[in-house]
Write a protein that binds this ligand. Structure first.
Ligand code: RFL
Length: 384
C-alpha cells in the first residue's frame, strides 16, 4: 500500500492528534499512522493535569467539548511532611491560572472523533518501521507512505527520533528515581493534589475523576509492579501520607500499576530535513510537574501554524524557527520539573544527606512563607 499526504504524522497521542486536528481545520490533507488499535490508544491512562495554555488551545480550536462537560478545575495543592501541612491556592497566585483535570485517554478519544469528523485520515494498527527524513517517507509492514512533511509524534522511544542525525544533540538525564504509578478505583481522598515527603520516600495523590484517583509512591528504580500488591500499596500510602494525623484515604482496588523511571531529555534541534519532532519524541519530561502532555499541545499549536503557512503560502519561516520557538519553553518546563524532583525526593544516603535534608526543609519553608516564591511556583506549575 502506498499513501500520499501533505502532512504525514506518526503517532496518535496528544501531540499527533492535536496537530492533526489543527491542520484539518485549516484544510490540510493529513494522514496519521498509529501502531496501536483504536481501543488501545483510547484506554491508555497517563496524564490528567492540563495547564491553562492547553485548555486555551483546545478551546480556541473547538476541541474542548468533553473537557468542558467532564473536566474538573483544580486550583490548589498541598505539601505535607513531619512538620505539618500547608496548601497553596494557586488560582490566587501568579497569573491566577488553574488546571483542568481530564484523563488523557478521554482527551485522546475526543480528539480522534473530532479528527475523523473533520475528514482526517487515521490508520490504526500500522507500525512504522523506518523513516527517511529527507524525503518525508516512512516504511511500514503494509508498504510505504510519503508526505511533503513528516511529523514524528511517536513518543520518546519512537523511530522518528532514532532517525535524527548524529549532529542533533540529545541532552539527557536519568534522575535515578522511580515512581510506582497506580490508579485506584476510589474517589479522591482530598480536594487538593497532595505531595507527601517521608523518610520512606515521596508519595503523591492526584484526582483523575470522581471514581478514579492516581497515587504515586517513590520506589527503588529496579522495583517491579508485581512486588506491590494492593495491601502493600495502601499500607505504604497510609504511612507516607501520615493518615493518623491528616485523616484516612478512600481505598479501592488498584486497577493499574507501573514503575516509571524519572527521566528527562531534549532533542536539539527538533527538525531534520522535512521531518519535525513534537511531544515526547522531541522532549521527554519526568511526570513530577505534569508537563509532558502540555508541552505536546504547545508544540502542536506552533507546528500547525508553521505548516499551514508553508503549505498555504510557501512561507517556511515558521518551520525554520520551530526549534528556536519551542526549545526555550521546553527548557523552562524541564527546569521547573527538575526543581520539583529535588523538592519532593528525600536525600540519598551519601555523605551530604544531612545537608540536603535541611536544604529541602528551607525550600519548603520558603514556599510556605514567601509570597514571591509562591507566585513563581504558581506561574510555573500551571503555565509553561
Ligand atoms: P504518546 O502519548 O506516547 O503517543 C505516541 C503514540 O505513538 C505511537 N507510536 C507509533 N505509531 C506508529 N509506528 C510506530 N513505530 C510508533 N511508535 C509509537 C504510540 O502507540 C502512541 O500512540 O506521545 P505524545 O503524543 O507526545 O504525548 C505525550 C504524553 O503522552 C506524555 O507526555 C504525558 O502522558 C506525560 N504525563 C503527564 N503530562 C501532563 O501534561 N500532565 C500529567 O498530569 C501527566 N501525568 C504523564 C503523567 C506520564 C505518565 N507516564 C506513564 C510516564 C503521568 C504518568 C504516570
Amino acid at each position: 500500500m502506498a499513501d500520499q499526504a501533505t502532512v504525514l504524522i506518526v503517532g496518535a497521542g496528544p501531540a499527533g492528534l492535536v496537530l492533526g486536528n489543527l491542520l484539518r481545520a485549516n484544510g490540510i490533507d493529513t494522514l496519521i499512522l498509529e501502531r496501536g488499535s483504536r481501543e488501545r490508544v483510547q484506554t491508555r491512562a497517563r496524564a490528567g493535569f492540563l495547564g491553562a495554555n492547553s485548555a486555551r488551545v483546545l478551546a480556541e480550536h473547538g476541541l474542548d467539548a468533553g473537557l468542558r462537560q467532564r473536566g474538573q478545575w483544580h486550583y490548589k495543592c498541598a505539601f505535607r511532611d513531619s512538620d505539618g501541612q500547608f496548601e497553596l491556592n494557586y488560582a490566587a497566585l501568579g497569573r491566577g491560572e488553574v488546571h483542568t483535570v481530564y484523563p488523557q485517554q478521554d482527551l485522546v478519544t475526543d480528539l480522534i472523533a473530532e479528527y475523523l469528523d473533520r475528514g482526517g485520515r487515521l490508520r490504526f494498527d500500522v507500525t512504522v518501521t523506518g523513516v527517511d527524513p529527507k524525503t518525508a517517507t516512512v516504511r511500514h509492514l503494509d508498504g510505504q507512505s510519503k508526505g511533503r512533511f513528516l511529523i514524528g509524534c511517536d513518543g520518546s522511544n519512537g523511530v522518528t527520533r532514532a532517525a535524527m542525525p548524529a549532529s542533533a544533540v540529545r541532552h539527557a538525564r536519568d534522575h535515578g528515581i522511580a515512581w510506582l504509578a497506580v490508579l485506584a478505583q476510589a474517589p479522591p481522598s482530598m480536594s487538593a493534589v497532595t505531595y507527601a515527603m517521608h523518610d520512606n520516600g515521596f508519595a503523591g495523590h492526584m484526582a483523575r475523576s470522581p471514581e478514579i484517583t492516581r497515587y504515586y509512591l517513590q520506589v527503588s528504580p529496579d522495583d517491579s509492579p508485581a512486588a506491590w500488591p494492593d495491601e502493600r500499596v495502601w499500607a505504604e500510602l497510609n504511612t507516607r501520607m501520615r493518615v493518623d494525623r491528616f485523616g484516612p484515604l478512600r481505598q479501592g482496588p488498584i486497577v493499574e500499576r507501573r514503575v516509571v523511571r524519572l527521566r528527562s531529555d531534549v532533542v536539539d534541534p527538533m527538525r531534520h530535513g522535512r521531518m519535525f519532532l513534537a511531544g515526547d519524541a522531541a522532549s521527554l519530561i519526568s511526570p513530577s510537574a505534569a508537563k509532558g502532555a502540555n508541552l505536546a499541545i504547545m508544540q502542536a499549536e506552533v507546528l500547525a501554524k508553521a505548516l499551514t503557512d508553508a503549505v498555504a503560502t510557501g512561507d517556511e519561516r515558521g518551520l525554520e524557527a520551530y526549534s528556536s520557538t519551542c526549545l526555550p519553553r521546553i527548557w523552562r518546563a524541564q527546569e521547573f520539573s527538575h526543581w520539583m524532583i529535588t523538592l519532593l525526593h528525600g536525600p540519598s544516603n551519601g555523605p551530604d544527606a544531612g545537608f540536603q535534608r535541611v536544604l529541602r526543609r528551607a525550600r519548603l519553608d520558603s514556599l510556605r512563607d514567601s509570597r514571591s516564591h509562591q507566585d513563581f511556583f504558581a506561574e510555573n506549575y500551571v503555565g509553561i
